[in-house]
Design a protein. Structure first.
Length: 1047
């Protein structure tokens, strides 16, 4: 019989808020359920270690040291320091069931371990509880807690992304033990989920009201029975009307949500990387303890460097992690050394992210990840799909494009097609986050927001605190358990990234394609912020090209490759998506610059080691790793310059050549002219660039009446993300700065140059030297800038006489075209874009390139090509770019279309000039006397590439075996055939994938020491493995091949 007397017509809002107040942490806690779940016990003693300098390894030295009794309120400082506290829980308390520790140090991060140093879990402002598991009820329980004086998101002064507050202190505000009533807690969780369902689900569904009324009934039952233990058991039974325990929900659901735990840990961001090492330990120990406590979920861990830290600093925890990998609970994904930026690193760096990342996974876990995991990176290069495929990666996971300011990206699950037409399966979790709390709204949004409904019924939901680490909490798992058993909700399953992609792949014939780059409509300032990081990265990438090419002479494998791998890892580490983009605190920048300094030391040492083995007699030589001959003006001793020529793929001595051309500087009536046989440049008497004529076509390159090389400064105040964002309105604040003086510095015949001063007012000082070199088809600029600005953006503009609706920008092993107009919102959002060593504006038969040595931000507005030079952002680094800078760029006119322009080769020549290697390592520069007789050139390598239509990306020793790896790409979107690679010692050749997996090896036809003909598709990257006959000693000049010995 229905008891009508207790049923009232319920007002939805009143009933909903009744539920809310019943579980509120703020209101009515004296009578509500929240206030009854936990009971504090006043027994816990706290001691503070007096030992100093306590880092990740310090536990062993701390535990037996001197400790001092402390109480709540104890202060910890300074910022970034580490402190150990010993917590003793008396034996009489340890007898009790369901004991928890409540811990808070003003939100500082803490790491709990047991008395033997075994890590238990991390604590932070988002996780203040720890269930206490005692080994014995007869003795005191002892825990050690390491406090790090930083929060989950660093310690920004008056704002999360502001520069850290050096005076910040932390106080131990909570350190007590409580007992949790498990039945009350279960009802509390039931009510939380019921409240969420009633609040978040559609008013028109019965589920909404079922949840509301079930919650209401639970409160009535408990209240009417005066909170008796039986009433909570009754309440649990009432809850089960919705939470059909044991029955997987949504048998009628058409959608499957794959719930996967994760924990995005920025490798360095608002904290230095040393803290990240502890963050990894805190976050992953928490997850592993949850697994060990029997909680059912799966976790995806990414960024191989973080695994390598765990192995080095926390070996016991790493073993525990390995056990969870074997059980299938913990999935190592991503396969890249870090979650890198993909706008700025070059193609070879991207390949090495996977080569060294996957190597670690293979060696430690026996696995290979076929998922690229970049949830937070700022836009994705159009060459990534090919690089992924070449590295055996089929799937791509991100979500960052949900942050787009202008356009909503039209897909969540799609086929991503690269600029070379390679395809990968991509997924952006439709919940638009990688750090959900696994609440009802996250579950519902994951389905309702999915742009690819009907094409796929599977979607991923990532849960767990992230960015600063943290990961899933027990509450999230409790919610998962309840949500996954409610009929009427989308089906939610505990899944893994692999299971998700395998499921989606089955429906992939219905998915749409997206071609080319995934341009991120935000964070466009990161192409420019922290200029010195970008410059160092580019230089380091060239160091790696040179040293690996030199090491390729070591065909007998006399020198180990381990140092080269170590060097690469430094380069790769600093390509992390908050380091290289310049969006981290000052300490991260200082650490990175120190890394590059140490890298140079290592480079020099390694260079000498290899040189002593492969070229013991050569003290002065040049390296040309590229497959075209070089003619270049080179400094051959302290002051002398000469024109030198070396063949393609060359390591050896130099010889001088007689120039076929002269550079000159001439003072005219109304200006100064610099010229050679290819270009003629006129500066006004104030120093304005008035004219740039391409002599072979007599074409004026600058817009009629316009001036080139215009330095302009814009206001640069974004909406929030200071180091990250430049907004489109900055272009409305353009201010031009004019030169005030000009003088001729050199007047030929190899080099003609003028020096020009451009005052920048309070923002800084700028002088530049413009140079025309003999035989060189471009005008180069070298600007010295003392930069003191605040929230200003310095750029240089070239208004050209060239008209095109699209400009081209170099990316990894290719280029992309982007609009020069703003017809649509998609076009207008690209007002600032990234590019590597060149940008180009061209007509079918003429074009102008803008070459850059270390800048990555460009823009093209109609006929004006602009290079972004310096920003002056104040958060999270208050001093970013406040320094002296040397900025080099060049303007390069050419006849014909882009694909015959050789702009790629010129940009490499400009960026990576020949260097006399004796001068690199020693402070004492030898008086080297080059010869004028080209016949005396001795090339130490016999490797040759027959065509200049493809570009050498890397020549290196193979990872396995004694062969050489040659990586080449087609740069101009052409099909190129008939490419041959030859080597005097060639015995066999194979095509191989970029991570050099044996299983990918396929034999190629060879004859007379040559492999080929090879055919390259547009933008194709090929990796060729050359098996060499290392029994031939060819470094001494002998290149005759002997019969290969059987091994
Ligand atoms: Zn991140």
């Amino acid at each position: 019989m229905v008891n009508m007397s207790s049923t009232v017509l319920k007002h939805k809002r009143a009933t909903l808020e009744r539920l809310e107040k019943y579980i509120s942490e703020i209101y009515f806690t004296d009578v509500n359920l929240f206030g009854r779940v936990d009971s504090k016990i006043p027994h816990c003693k706290l001691y503070r270690s007096l030992a100093r300098k306590q880092t990740y390894q310090a536990f062993e030295s701390v535990k037996n040291g001197v400790f001092q009794l402390i109480t709540e309120g104890e202060e910890f400082k300074p910022l970034w320091s580490q402190h150990w506290v010993k917590v003793i829980i008396p034996a009489n308390v340890c007898n009790m069931e369901n004991l928890y520790l409540h811990w808070d140090v003003s939100g500082a991060e803490s790491l709990v371990c047991d008395k033997d140093g075994n890590l238990i879990q991390g604590m932070s402002h988002k996780r203040k509880e720890m269930k206490i598991v005692v080994k014995s009820h007869d003795e005191d329980a002892v825990f050690f807690i390491q406090i790090s004086c930083t929060g989950l998101f660093g310690a920004g002064l008056n704002g999360m992304i502001n520069a850290p507050d050096p005076n910040k202190t932390y106080n131990l505000t909570k350190a007590h033990i409580f007992v949790r009533d498990q039945a009350k807690y279960a009802v509390f969780m039931d009510l939380s989920v019921l409240y969420d369902i009633a609040k978040e689900s559609d008013d028109n569904t019965s589920l909404c009201y079922d949840a509301l009324y079930t919650g209401n009934e639970i409160i009535n039952v408990i209240t009417l029975n005066d909170h008796s233990p039986e009433s909570y058991q009754q309440a649990i039974q009432i809850g089960k009307k919705l939470f059909n325990s044991g029955i997987v929900n949504g048998t009628s659901s058409r959608d499957t949500i794959h719930a996967i735990g994760n924990c995005h840990i920025d490798t360095a961001w608002l904290w230095p990387y040393r803290e990240t090492i502890r963050k990894v330990a805190r976050s992953w120990s928490t997850t592993i303890s949850m697994f060990e406590a029997g909680m059912e979920f799966n976790f995806a861990g990414s960024q191989v460097v973080q695994f390598s830290w765990l192995k080095k600093f926390y070996p016991k925890l790493f073993s525990a992690l390995k056990a969870q990998v074997v059980k299938g609970h913990f999935s190592p994904v991503g396969g890249s050394w870090v979650e890198m930026d993909t706008n700025i690193p070059n193609a070879e760096s991207m390949v090495r992210q996977f080569l060294y990342g996957q190597k670690f996974y293979r060696e430690e876990f026996g696995t290979h990840s076929d998922i690229l995991w970049l949830p937070d990176t700022f836009g994705y290069s159009g060459q990534l799909p090919q690089i992924m495929q070449l590295c055996d990666i089929k799937y791509f996971l991100s979500q960052k494009l949900s942050w787009n300011l202008t356009n909503t990206f039209p897909h969540h699950t799609f086929i991503w097609k690269g600029i070379d037409q390679s395809k990968v399966l991509a997924h952006f979790p439709p919940g638009d986050t990688y750090e959900s709390d696994l609440k009802i709204k996250d579950v519902l949004k994951t389905v309702s927001n999915n742009k690819d409904k009907g094409r796929t019924h599977d979607q991923m939901l990532l849960f767990g605190h992230g960015d600063g680490g943290g990961g899933p909490t027990p509450e999230m798992i409790d919610r998962l358990e309840r949500i996954s058993s409610i009929t009427g909700m989308p089906q939610i399953v505990r899944s893994t990234p692999q299971k998700f992609f395998t499921a989606v792949e089955k429906s992939s014939n219905m998915l749409c394609e997206w071609w080319g780059e995934l341009y991120f409509e935000l964070h466009r300032g990161t192409y420019t912020t922290h200029a010195k990081l970008k410059e160092s990265n580019r230089v380091a990438e060239f160091w790696m090209t040179d040293i690996e090419f030199l090491s390729s002479l070591d065909v007998k494998g006399l020198v180990s490759c381990s140092k080269i791998e170590e060097m690469w890892k430094t380069v790769l580490f600093n390509q992390f998506h908050d380091i290289l983009p310049g969006s981290a605190i000052e300490q991260v920048f200082i650490d990175a610059m120190e890394d590059y300094t140490n890298l140079l030391i290592l480079y020099n040492e390694e260079w000498e080691t290899i040189r002593d083995v492969v070229m013991p007699d050569s003290k002065s030589f040049v390296v040309n790793p590229y497959n075209w001959a070089r003619r270049q003006v080179l400094t051959i001793n302290e002051v002398e310059e000469a024109l030198v020529e070396v063949p393609s793929t060359y390591i050896g001595s130099i010889s001088l050549v007689t120039p076929t051309d002269k550079a000159g500087a001439f003072v005219l009536e109304d200006g100064i002219c610099l010229c050679n046989s290819l270009i003629k440049v006129v500066f006004s008497l104030e120093g304005l660039l008035k004219s740039l004529v391409h002599k072979p076509t007599q074409r004026e390159c600058l817009e009629a009446g316009g001036m080139g090389n215009r330095y302009v400064i814009f206001d640069d105040v974004p909406l929030f993300w200071d180091a990250w964002d430049v907004m489109e309105y900055h272009v409305e604040t353009r201010q031009e700065f004019h030169p005030t003086s000009i003088q001729v510095v050199e007047s030929g015949p190899l080099r003609a140059s003028v020096k020009i001063t451009v005052p920048l007012g309070a923002h800084g000082d700028l002088t530049f030297i413009a140079t025309v070199l003999a035989e060189t088809p471009y005008l180069s600029f070298k600007a010295d800038v003392s930069w003191r600005a605040a929230h200003k953006f310095l750029k240089v503009e070239f208004p050209l006489s060239v008209s095109s609706t699209e400009a081209q920008y170099e990316i990894q092993s290719g280029f992309v075209s982007r609009p020069t107009h703003a017809n649509t919102s998609w076009d207008s959002a690209k007002f600032e874009v990234s590019g590597h060593k060149w940008a180009h504006l061209g007509e079918p038969n003429f074009g102008v390139g803008l070459l850059s040595k270390s800048k990555y931000g460009y823009s093209a507005n109609h006929n004006c090509l602009t290079l972004s030079l310096l920003r002056s952002t104040k958060a999270p680094d208050a001093n970013a770019d406040m320094d002296d800078h040397v900025i080099e760029y060049a303007i390069y006119p050419h006849a014909g279309p882009l694909y015959t322009s050789r702009i790629v080769q010129h940009a490499i020549n400009f960026n990576h000039p020949l260097l006399l290697h004796s001068t690199l390592h020693d402070n004492t520069i030898p008086r080297y006397k080059p010869t004028l007789n080209p016949a005396r050139l001795v090339n130490k390598t016999s490797l040759r590439v027959s065509s200049e239509e493809v570009i050498v990306q890397a020549i290196k020793k193979g990872e396995h075996g004694s062969g050489l790896v040659v990586r080449l790409y087609e740069p101009y979107a052409n099909t190129v055939s008939n490419v041959f690679i030859s080597h005097d010692l060639l015995s066999q050749a194979f095509s191989i994938n970029a991570v050099e997996r044996e299983s990918s090896k396929a034999p190629l036809s060879t004859s007379e020491n040559k492999v080929g003909p090879l055919i390259f598709r547009p933008f194709e990257i090929k990796t060729i493995y050359l098996e060499l006959d290392a029994t031939v000693d060819f470094t001494n000049g002998s290149s005759s091949k002997r019969a290969k010995l059987d091994e």
